[in-house]
Design a protein around this ligand. Structure first.
Ligand code: SAM
Length: 280
């Protein structure tokens, strides 16, 4: 791929998904886009690139974004966020949301579904002691292939054994040939949809908890700031934002601070009380 085409893809990816691709990724770009070009009947990647540059068709752009997205994930990835959810976050929301008896959680870059289903497993077990309550998990991603897998809810033995004990597997999955399918009760707790974090978020409504993990690392600093800021607007007062293990809001000017008692969990920064007026 020549440098001009690389710069074209670099801009296309930043504009459409936020992915900030450094110059040394030219080989990665070629190896990921080659199969896309062939799947659409182009003999060579160059023909696909020429066609795209002539007329940036929405489907072709979407396939490029999808091919370049890193979708690495696993059930209960990094574990601690799910421990905080079970031990601290859900118990405090049970006190706070007593009138609605509903808790809304957003998995904002859900990849192939392991994250939202992990959230749902925690919630399903927790809610056994709280009849009449519901936890609604909204799970979104930009990549159609990842979403289709997530919605299907069918996982290989390799996927399942990363992060799940046999008891958890038997409690939440049914065996189907050599694979494992999430049980209907779990699936019904999760709603999947396509959503690009670069787009306006108002239509998503408000959430008590937002998981936005291991996606900000692929964005440049202004995009990270913008996404975090708009996610903060989607939080109910005293909600929680959980980022990936190597991600933080520090230095992004975000209206968030780290929770004092849950390392790694962000909460809205409380406004500093204005000093009382001095009465004369
Ligand atoms: C590395 S996976 C993280 C999955 C999961 N959150 C986790 O931590 O295991 C990153 C996901 O972000 C998605 N993604 C990338 N850019 C996005 C965007 N602009 N809007 C929404 N999702 C995006 C990718 O398609 C991919 O599925």
């Amino acid at each position: 791929m020549n440098n001009e085409d690389f710069l074209y893809y670099q801009k296309l990816l930043v504009d459409h998904s936020g992915l900030s691709l450094s110059q040394d990724k030219i080989y990665l770009l070629t190896t990921r886009l080659d199969p896309v070009a062939r799947s659409l009947g182009f003999a060579k990647l160059q023909n696909f690139t020429d066609e795209l540059r002539k007329k940036p068709d929405t489907r072709m752009v979407s396939l490029v974004v999808q091919a370049m997205a890193t979708k690495e994930t696993s059930f209960f990835r990094d574990n601690m966020p799910f421990v905080h959810l079970r031990n601290n976050i859900l118990p405090s929301l049970i006190k706070r949301n007593a009138t609605t008896k509903t808790i809304r959680i957003w998995s904002a870059a859900c990849s192939t579904g392991q994250e939202p289903y992990s959230i749902a497993m925690v919630a399903r077990e927790f809610l056994r002691d709280y009849p009449g309550w519901s936890v609604q998990v909204m799970a979104t991603d930009i990549a159609d292939d990842a979403l289709a897998h997530a919605q299907d809810g069918l996982y290989s033995h390799f996927d399942i054994q990363r992060g799940l004990t046999m008891k958890v597997i038997l409690d939440h999955f049914n065996m189907e040939n050599t694979k494992w399918r999430v049980q209907d009760e779990l699936k019904n707790m999760v709603r999947f949809g396509k959503f690009n974090l670069l787009k306006p978020m108002e239509t998503m409504g408000r959430f008590d908890v937002i998981f936005c993990r291991n996606v900000l690392i692929y964005f440049d600093t202004p995009t990270k700031k913008s996404v975090l800021d708009r996610l903060t607007d989607r939080l109910n007062p005293e909600g929680y934002i959980l980022l990936g293990a190597c991600e933080s809001s520090i230095g992004l000017g975000a209206r968030l601070k780290l929770s004092a008692d849950m390392p790694g969990v962000h909460v809205p920064a409380t406004t500093v009380a204005a000093p009382k007026e001095i009465r004369k």
